[in-house]
Design a protein around this ligand. Structure first.
Ligand SMILES: NC(=O)c1ccc[n+]([C@@H]2O[C@H](COP(=O)([O-])OP(=O)(O)OC[C@H]3O[C@@H](n4cnc5c(N)ncnc54)[C@H](O)[C@@H]3O)[C@@H](O)[C@H]2O)c1
Length: 352
């Protein structure tokens, strides 16, 4: 049995990763999550009867709490997915991004190192600290693709906080020898994503008869990855990654935001009553651009395919269709959000 501590497992990618980990019966998972606005108990309620799964509510910034948790669980590895994740919110309130993404990661690294130093040499060798990061750390890529080792040029407070954490992770590997791995995932979509992000925002606004907002001229390019492929990549990095290395997890499915909204309209049109495709297209509204908006992300992920054995299994059209169907079939999941927490409105426009 291998025991892993996973932080942030109540969120979008974390809840998919936990399922991926639990598919392997030799894994035992302790999941730590602060249940912030985007973390949801509904995302793992079907797992609570599983004897290989334990949920602990707590904050990665709380050093005494995390220290005790690691003393109690003695994990064989830690996967840090917990983060503040929405660029627009980082424009409105950067402080919590610095707190959770940088200081929270440093806190976990410090405690992980103390724990690692107490392990036998054979357990030390197998131990991994996996930091889940993003392609946004590379900044906007005018042409071509970035590879692992390309410069970090983050442009939003979110991306800067993730890049800072990645560099601190690197220092723990180089200075103290902690076996760390960083994954650089691209824009992710799929079930259980909080509807502030483009894909669920467009789906839920279309289902609610609202306009479909696109920032700026809609020409910003993103590389779209299904959440289950992202989770699989993180797990393979844990199993097969070389300590000290970064792994790009990109799908090569690069399209503009306008193209993404048009694909969503195509997937949505059979399910929207009272509006045909042209009327849905006419609902597109180009709104003032996001400050500091990166034009293009584009990663070369050959290293992950060759060294981790990672493959993208979900095509974009099929992935979007199943995602649309998931939101249609799971209104109980998102109605409490749109009724109480977030009413599908604009964030991060710096207009207060
Ligand atoms: N969503 C994407 O497109 C994408 C792409 C690449 C990388 N990533 C990275 O993947 C990770 C997960 O992203 P996501 O989209 O699932 O985010 P999410 O917002 O859906 O989930 C984040 C989770 O972290 C928890 N959390 C936040 N602050 C915490 C704290 N201080 N202590 C404990 N738990 C805390 C939240 O409660 C939530 O469950 C992040 O590190 C993000 O940077 C996301």
């Amino acid at each position: 049995m291998r025991k892993y501590l996973v932080t942030g497992g109540a969120g979008f990618i974390g809840s998919s990763l936990i399922r991926e980990l639990l598919n392997d019966k030799s894994n035992n998972i302790v999941m730590l999550d602060a249940i912030t606005y985007s973390g949801r108990r509904e995302n793992f309620s079907d797992l609570t009867d599983n004897s290989s799964f334990t949920f602990i509510e707590g904050n990665i910034c709380d050093d005494q709490f995390c220290n005790q948790l690691i003393l109690d669980t003695k994990p064989d590895g830690i996967i840090n997915i917990a983060a503040e994740t929405h660029v627009d919110r980082s424009i409105d309130s950067p402080d919590v991004f610095i707190q959770t993404n940088i200081l929270g990661t440093q806190n976990l690294l410090k405690i992980a190192l103390e724990h690692w130093q107490t392990l036998t040499s054979s357990r030390q060798e197998k131990f991994r600290f996996v930091q889940v990061s993003t392609d946004e750390v590379y900044g906007s890529i005018d042409t071509g693709e970035v590879v692992e080792g390309s410069s970090f040029r983050p442009n939003s407070p979110y991306a800067a906080s993730k890049a800072s954490a990645d560099l601190i992770v690197r220092s723990y590997n180089r200075t103290y020898g902690l076996p760390t791995i960083v994954t650089q995932g691209s824009n992710t979509y799929g079930p259980r994503q909080f509807p502030e992000k483009l894909v669920p925002l467009i789906i839920l606004r279309a289902l609610s008869g609202l306009s479909l907002p696109i920032y700026g001229d809609g020409k910003n390019v993103r590389e779209w990855l299904h959440v289950d492929d992202h989770a699989r990549g993180i797990y393979l990095a844990l199993l097969n990654g070389i300590p000290g290395h970064h792994y790009n997890l990109g799908s090569s499915n690069r399209i503009t935001n306008t193209e993404m909204v048009l694909l969503l309209i195509e997937a949505l049109k059979p399910f929207i009553e009272g509006k045909n495709k042209d009327q849905l297209i006419n609902s597109i509204e180009y709104v003032p651009d996001r400050p500091g908006h990166d034009l293009r992300y584009s990663m070369n992920s050959k290293k992950s395919r060759q060294e981790l054995g990672w493959r993208v299994s979900r095509g974009l059209n099929d992935g979007l269709l199943t995602t649309v169907k998931w939101y249609l079939q799971n209104r109980d999941w998102w109605k409490p959000i749109t009724n109480k927490k977030y009413s599908l409105t604009r964030l991060g426009s710096m207009k207060g």
